[in-house]
Design a protein around this ligand. Structure first.
Ligand code: UTP
Length: 290
């Protein structure tokens, strides 16, 4: 049994890159083929043995709460119509034994602040943080399952990373430090969005973390940075002064679904894997003769 039983989903951002779609609909409810982004994230957590999902939501995010609620009327209607396959799909959104907690972040004061909002629901335990707009797919174990395995071995906070082209370093938090094995390294430097010339390595932080509860006290005292926001990266940099922090270069493919092109790439790739539509969609793409 893993030590990590809780996942936090900070989903209270404004999603400005998808306006006007995100004017009244949460970015995380945008769907890749037929499943909202947030559900891919929830499934990744559940696969890792996590049984408490904590959602930090903001205005326009009520659809997320509704999505994870029981839909009695819909279930009854599908039952009456004998649509048992669809009924199972609806029931599987949240399997039995999984608890969902929703907390409002009343002001979008940054990712670090959103994580701090989860403190009372997390308690004094290690927890995963999942940013569902980073959609990560792997043929073997999912990213969170891999990271929880690393946590259980090292009992240290872990940042999920990926190699990026150095000219893109100013879009990411970047980390560097000595390698412990092929995928795991000790974090000795952590810099938020450095210019390529200042990047300490080509290892970028992506939207997966496993953190010890010591992070909460540090986030509480983290100074508000650019735009008045509390950065999670600053909190982790402070955590590193007190305890070991590791980076883990996960196995799998990441789609940045917070950007339009990343979202479209995910849609194409997942449609080509989808039982119901793959064949027709492949035929359509062939006809395009790009
Ligand atoms: P982003 O930087 O992607 O911001 O936040 P955003 O608002 O979601 O999207 P854009 O850039 O305006 O299009 C990274 C993650 O942190 C969460 C977001 O929901 C996203 O999952 N977040 C950010 C919060 O929960 N609260 C905040 O105050 C800020």
């Amino acid at each position: 049994m893993s030590l990590v039983k809780t996942a936090v989903f900070p989903v209270a951002g404004l999603g400005t890159r998808f306006l006007p779609a995100t004017k009244s609909v949460a970015k995380e409810m945008l769907s890749i083929v037929d499943k909202p982004l947030i559900q891919y994230g929830a499934e990744e957590a559940i696969e890792a043995g996590i049984n408490k999902l904590v959602f930090i939501v903001g205005r326009t995010k009520n659809s997320i709460i509704d999505h994870f609620d029981k839909a009695y009327e819909l279930e009854t209607e599908l039952e009456i119509r004998g649509k048992h396959g669809l009924l199972q799909i609806v029931k599987d959104v949240i399997p039995d034994g999984i608890a969902c907690v929703f907390i409002r972040q009343s002001e979008a004061l940054g990712l670090g602040h959103a994580v701090l909002c989860a403190e009372a629901a997390v308690g004094h335990e290690p927890f995963a943080v999942i940013l569902p707009d980073d959609l990560i797919r792997n043929h073997g174990d999912g990213c969170v399952k891999q990271m929880v395995g690393v946590f259980d071995r090292y009992h240290a906070s872990i940042i999920g990373t990926q190699t990026v082209a150095i000219e893109h370093s100013d879009k990411y938090g970047m980390v560097a430090g000595p390698r412990l094995d092929e995928r795991i390294a000790r974090v000795e430097e952590i810099v938020e969005k450095p210019a390529p010339a200042d990047a300490p390595s080509d290892q970028a932080i992506v939207g997966r973390y496993v953190l010890t509860p010591a992070i909460f006290d540090l986030l509480r005292t983290t100074e508000h940075g650019a735009g008045g926001e509390i950065q999670l990266t600053d909190g982790i940099a402070a955590l590193r002064q007190h305890e070991q922090v590791l980076s883990y270069s996960f196995e799998g493919r990441r789609y940045d679904c917070g950007s339009k092109v990343g979202y479209l790439r995910a849609t194409v790739d997942l449609a080509l894997e989808h039982d119901e539509v793959a064949e027709d969609f492949r035929d359509y793409l062939k006809q395009l003769k790009l």
